[in-house]
Design a protein around this ligand. Structure first.
Ligand code: PLP
Ligand code: TYF
Length: 389
């Protein structure tokens, strides 16, 4: 019966939020979950989103169902941002999903429907939600070591070997930018080489892009995705607006799908819609509607990149501060997005938590903007003390 269910391992990143919240020490530092915070430690609602939400309240006449594809105008307006020069490609279709997570699940559902024998080639470490989502649809995972923790850099040779062993139809899961949890992104040259191998081996690229605009800029951060679209007939992308519009809990994501023809894409999208119907039927509207209004209102659309680059600039400024504090942390300055991994053991992560009230994932992953400006020095001092111990 239901009472006989075994215990499950809960999402340790989300668990960390509760652990930190329960800590009574006022000096505590929450560098766990990946949410942007400003220099004072707040996660504000973007001004353009606040204004869009006001417009939504003032003008929305109905909350009746929109249909399976959600807000189609939102998806249409997102295309130039996510797809760049490929925005007009009729072989690419998009569907609004509950966050990037929903897009990931839906993309893998489609693969499992089309080719259950496909294996998914995944670099480790990766985002801890990736493997459970892939396993949930019954696909097999092939792991390769993506990151050299000692060197603080990508193990590109291992990546290349793993991809070259891929069989036609196998899936390659790639982080579009701001690699979670390592912060180690492929260089432009490395993207080009990966793209060549993907084509050579007939692999299906699956790009997870959840932080567009948090690394170098909207266009730059999608460079790898756009390069793949230049040469690949088939591609799946899971896009999220939850970070770059700061609407996390509103769950704003999109699945993009490309096949060799508009007809085949439409057929595949019918399967995608069927899978979505089995899971959530229709995506939630509010966040996507707010993003749609921003992108559909020239004045708001023009202001959004400024608010986005303010978030990016803060991320990169904190990175430089940490990197310049100790040579052993210098690699953090050359990485991107909110995450990096410290060269610490699980025991040291626990010690940082107990002794210094500093919360980060067991893997040593920390959120660089989890630190307010006032907390950076104490964080660095505690980490250096731990590394010296
Ligand atoms: N992919 C990666 C790598 C992420 O870090 C996240 C973060 O939440 C997501 C996907 C999913 O984003 P969302 O919150 O939009 O579901
Ligand atoms: O990695 C992170 O911290 C973010 C937030 O189930 C997140 O991606 C963490 C866990 C989760 C959903 C989002």
């Amino acid at each position: 019966g239901l009472a006989d269910l075994p215990a499950v391992e809960t999402d340790s990143l989300l668990q960390l939020i509760a652990l930190c919240n329960a800590d009574p020490r006022p000096e505590k530092i929450d560098a766990g979950v990946g949410v942007f915070r400003d220099s004072e430690g707040r996660t504000p609602i973007l001004k353009v989103i606040k204004e869009a939400e006001q417009i939504l309240v003032d003008t929305q006449e109905s909350k009746s169902y929109l249909g399976m594809a959600g807000d189609k105008r939102y998806t249409e307006l997102l295309r130039p941002i996510a797809l760049g020069r490929h925005a007009e490609d009729p072989r690419i279709a998009g569907l609004q999903t509950p966050g990037g997570c929903g897009a990931l699940r839906l993309g893998f559902e489609l693969i499992a429907t089309a080719n259950p024998q496909a294996r998914v080639i995944v670099g480790t470490p990766t985002w801890p939600n990736h493997p459970p989502i892939i396993r949930a649809v019954g696909l097999q995972i092939v792991e390769y070591p993506y990151y050299d923790r000692e060197a603080g850099s990508i193990r590109f040779d291992a990546m290349v070997s793993a991809l070259k062993e891929g069989r036609p139809g196998d899936v390659v899961l790639l982080h579009g930018c701001c690699h979670n949890p390592t912060g180690a992104d492929l260089s432009d040259d490395q993207w080009d080489e990966v793209t060549r191998i993907v084509v050579e081996r007939g692999l299906l690229p699956f790009v997870d892009i959840a932080y567009q605009g948090f690394a170098r800029g909207l266009e730059q951060d999608a460079r790898g995705l756009h390069g793949l679209l230049d040469v690949c007939d088939e591609l799946i992308a899971a896009h999220s607006c939850d970070k770059n519009f700061s609407v996390y809990r509103d769950r704003v994501g999109t699945l993009f799908l490309k096949t060799g023809s508009a007809e085949a894409t439409a057929r595949a999208m019918a399967h995608v819609s069927q899978r979505a119907r089995e899971m959530w039927s229709m995506p939630p509207d509010h966040g996507a509607a707010a993003v749609r209004i921003v992108l559909d209102t020239p004045e708001l659309k023009q202001r959004w990149p400024g608010e986005l680059s303010a978030m990016r600039d803060r991320i990169n400024a904190v990175r430089q501060r940490i990197a310049s504090a100790d040579p052993r942390l210098a690699y953090i300055g050359g990485q991107f997005g909110m995450f990096s991994m410290l060269p610490v053991s699980k025991e040291q992560v626990l010690a940082l938590r107990e002794k210094h009230a500093i919360y980060m994932a067991d893997s040593g992953r920390f959120n660089v903007v989890g630190l307010s400006d006032a907390q950076v020095d104490r964080f660095v001092a505690a980490v250096v003390e731990t590394l010296n111990a």
